[in-house]
Design a protein around this ligand. Structure first.
Ligand SMILES: Cc1cc2nc3c(=O)[nH]c(=O)nc-3n(C[C@H](O)[C@H](O)[C@H](O)COP(=O)(O)O)c2cc1C
Length: 211
């Protein structure tokens, strides 16, 4: 299978491999990425991915492959953003100590201590547009939220599960991360202990208001 606007090439420096220091997980010189392995786990039908995703809060104690993480980050990087300024940052929390402190900052929700913990923060400074500050803030909040949503769908497409954490004490999260950027959400990702059926959603007739 070939990918014309190839998301894989963004992550692995192309099918030929080769060392590229701009990559998050640079491969060794002449190391060829086994893309077949990655393609195997792809669920490429976006509608199936959206329909079958559901929140999971119990994860296997199993690490997530770097290749999958990289795709989740690359997905976040493709999200639309206000003016294309990408007014958000992602904190990838690896430290166990920091994860436990984030549990506290998230109303003691224990599943925040997940195999992969990503904190999406707003970065209004990146949004170089001549609008009032409240609009710029709103843009960066939307940028950050969209990036998290793209990451969540990508995780599901890769056979992982996740839960979105919005119940956070922003000040505490900022203190834990030692940042002055305001967090919008935490995305907790892992291999699910048990696959769950998607939850029923609203009837489209109730959801759509035709005017
Ligand atoms: C803005 C937002 C905030 C959320 N906050 C939390 C949270 O703090 N804790 C939690 O367990 N789930 C949280 N969730 C996950 C929702 O509970 C979940 O998406 C919802 O129950 C629908 O289930 P589904 O994701 O399986 O479709 C949040 C989701 C969103 C979009």
């Amino acid at each position: 299978m070939s990918y014309p606007n190839d998301i894989l090439s963004r992550m692995f420096g192309g099918y030929g491999g080769g060392k590229d220091e701009t990559l998050l997980y640079p491969k060794e010189e002449n190391q060829v990425q086994d893309t077949a392995e990655i393609e195997e786990v792809f669920q490429t039908n976006i509608f199936n991915v959206m329909l079958n995703r559901r929140s999971h809060r119990r994860f296997e104690d199993r690490p997530i492959e770097d290749s999958k993480l990289e795709m989740i980050f690359a997905a976040a990087d493709t999200a639309p953003t206000a003016g294309g300024f990408q007014g958000f940052e992602i904190y990838h929390v690896k430290s166990q100590d920091v994860k436990l402190r984030l549990v506290e900052a998230a109303n003691n929700q224990p599943y925040v201590n997940a195999p992969v913990v990503l904190v999406f923060c707003m970065n209004p400074e990146r949004v170089k547009m001549n609008f009032p500050q409240n609009i710029i803030k709103k843009f960066s909040q939307q940028d950050s939220t969209l990036a998290a949503a793209y990451s969540q769908l990508a995780a599901h497409a890769l056979g992982l599960s996740s839960v979105w954490i919005g119940m956070i004490n922003e000040a505490k999260v900022m203190e834990v991360l030692k940042t002055n950027l305001v967090p919008s959400s935490i995305l907790c990702i892992g291999y699910p202990k048990k696959m769950l059926q998607p939850k029923p959603k609203r009837n489209l007739k109730d959801l759509i208001h035709q005017i």
